[in-house]
Ligand binder design. Structure first.
Ligand code: ATP
Ligand code: MG
Length: 237
């Protein structure tokens, strides 16, 4: 397999405490090669969003190995983890998560500026143009359609040039046609930048557009935990 983008081994995670504690991830094994696109599917409550949070370094596994872009996240301090995320991982959420009192341009540029990128506003303008929003840079999120807001969120996630783009139901709040356009953008930007794309979706059409489907059920992966070539190599051993 080419250099791994993701290597998870026996990842365990319990969320909540006391009576509300839930053993959400119950031994996840997952391999994703660089440049792959992976669609994670599974029933509501099966642990898909939680798995993405672990991949993004936003939740720490209780046990097991989480290796992203060749680096183990477990031993990192909170500061190291935040810096790692900033360099390697972009995230897009179903509900966009834009800052309402910032323009489209500021939503993309301010995180870059905070990360010390010198030409933050110029780069943000280029990223907004790349997602087709060159004419909307001074709009506030409330002045944009859902599809446009998600494209701003995509520009924000792509601007730091991450190795891995993680998207949790990126088309879940959009109508079919707008969702299709956002999906077109996701895949074209992935191809253009050679990124790894890992998305969660309930949309069978979107999942089928990914290079591989991974099915999660009750906190374990029941299908698709390794790229086809790796599965073949393992079977041949
Ligand atoms: N902070 C928390 N404390 C306790 N339980 C939690 C917490 N967060 C999530 N859970 C539980 O973990 C399980 C998995 O949640 P998760 O959000 O990962 O599911 P999902 O597969 O993304 O579902 P959906 O398709 O509905 O988005 C759920 O049963 C949920 O109630
Ligand atoms: Mg979810």
């Amino acid at each position: 397999m080419a250099e791994a983008a993701v290597r998870l081994r026996n990842v365990q995670l319990t969320l909540g405490t006391g009576r509300s504690a839930v053993h959400v991830l119950k031994g996840i094994d997952l391999d994703v090669a660089r440049g792959e696109s992976v669609g994670i599917v599974g029933p509501s409550g099966s642990g898909k969003s939680t798995l993405l949070m672990v991949l993004a370094g936003l939740e720490r596994a209780d046990d097991g190995l989480v290796e992203i872009a060749g680096q183990a996240l477990g031993p990192m301090s909170e500061d190291q983890l935040a810096a790692f995320r900033g360099r390697h991982v972009g995230i897009v959420f179903q509900s966009f998560h834009l800052i309402p009192n910032m323009t489209a341009l500021e939503n993309v540029a301010v995180p870059l500026e905070l990360a010390g990128v010198p030409d933050a506003f110029a780069r943000a303008e280029r990223e907004l143009a790349a997602v087709g929003l060159g004419q909307r840079v001074t709009h506030y999120p409330g002045e944009l359609s859902g599809g446009e807001q998600q494209r701003v969120a995509l520009a924000r996630a792509l601007a730091p040039e991450p190795d891995i783009l993680i998207a949790d139901e990126p088309t879940g709040n959009l109508d079919g046609e707008t969702g299709g356009q956002v999906a077109d953008l996701l895949f074209s930007e992935q191809a253009r930048r050679g990124m790894t794309l890992i998305l969660v979706t309930h949309d069978k059409t979107l999942a089928a557009r990914c290079g591989r489907e991974v099915a999660v059920r009750s906190g374990v992966i029941e299908r698709g935990s390794a790229p086809a070539a790796a599965a073949f190599a393992e079977a041949a051993q």
